[in-house]
Design a protein around this ligand. Structure first.
Ligand code: SIN
Length: 321
């Protein structure tokens, strides 16, 4: 373990700041043929509901000029099958990597129900914490309907908090005018931290068929296109809440991208879409951060939020037409 890379994010310590993001890493064992899961700081499971879900009609993914849009619809095996069929394999390979279980429901009371299940099985599963997905743009109930409505958001986070004493990170949607009030609400409801950002609403049109490419029409845009959006909100949320643990996510494909998030205020980062292009993205990012830290004799902990310590920014320009 390289001490320079160790980060503490609220109540969780990661051996390095690189986590594989929910929905891009299956249930943890799928990437084992590329690199050992145990080399990561951590990983976040595919979103789990109490009951299994089939997800949305195909096509579910489409490549875009700088990333992809997806409309998976939170397909998952359900909590019981996860515990019985996935966890045993996972426990054999997880090593020092920390597992966050990502959860969701169709309504605030379903968030409470799945959180209670996680709490009940926490020893058996061996998870370090929970990531609450209130920001999936691809479902009729739940998802961004909850993540963009402060009232429902509050109810969902409160339900989860009341059911578990595990560390709770709330994954925030960028599809709102301002992410900061949602971060504030998560803090008020007792969340340990936030993950930001989830995908951005998007659509791609097939010009021959003259209709949207995805089965559900629209989807969530991810990949390099959204990097500056995620960095912006990370910087803004860290400025508003300097002590709030932040997992930065959105468009990270290289160690330089990861560093932008860390400097903007993230304590650790998640890599998602990049792994579809380069399955080794996570390990290459860890190696790049290691090099950067040792060449400059610094640590990730020292770098986190450093972009806020470089003096006051000039006022943003205002377009006057
Ligand atoms: C999906 O399953 O539709 C994507 C997950 C997400 O964006 O939260």
């Amino acid at each position: 373990m390289n001490e320079r890379l160790v980060v503490t994010c609220g109540r969780i310590t990661f051996q390095n700041p690189v986590l594989a993001a929910s929905g891009t890493f299956g249930y943890g064992s799928e990437f084992e043929r590329f690199f050992p899961l145990a080399s990561l700081g951590g990983f976040v499971t595919k979103t789990l509901f109490v009951e299994p879900r089939d997800g949305n009609p195909p096509p579910r993914v489409a490549e875009t000029s700088a990333g992809m849009i997806n409309s998976i619809g939170l397909a998952n095996v359900g909590w019981e099958a996860f515990v019985a069929e996935k966890v045993p394999d996972l426990k054999a390979i997880v090593g020092a990597a920390r597992m966050l279980v990502n959860i969701a429901g169709n309504a605030p009371d379903e968030y409470r129900a799945i959180a209670a299940r996680v709490e009940g099985d926490r020893e058996r599963v061996g998870c370090a914490g929970i990531e609450v997905n209130v920001s999936c743009p691809n479902v009729k109930e739940g998802g961004t309907n909850i993540g963009c409505d402060l009232h429902q958001f509050q109810a969902a986070v409160r339900g989860v908090r009341e059911e578990t004493s595990l560390p709770v990170f709330v994954k925030l949607s960028p599809n709102v005018a301002d992410v900061v009030p949602f971060a504030a609400c998560a803090i008020d409801e007792g969340a340990d931290g936030v993950s930001l950002i989830n995908t951005v609403y998007g659509m791609q049109i097939d010009i021959e068929k003259r209709r949207p490419v995805l089965g559900t029409g629209s989807g969530g845009l991810s990949g390099p296109a959204i990097l500056p959006i995620g960095v912006y909100w990370t910087h803004k949320v860290r400025a508003a809440f300097p002590d709030l643990p932040i997992l930065g996510i959105g468009g990270i494909a290289t160690w330089r991208d990861a560093l932008q998030y860390l400097l903007a205020g993230a304590h650790a980062i998640q890599v998602g879409t990049a792994a579809f292009v380069n399955p080794l993205a996570c390990v290459e990012i860890i190696a790049g951060l290691e090099r950067y830290c040792s060449q400059r004799d610094t640590t990730i902990a020292e770098l986190s939020g450093a972009a806020h310590r470089g003096g006051r920014l000039a006022e943003a320009a205002v377009w006057t037409g």
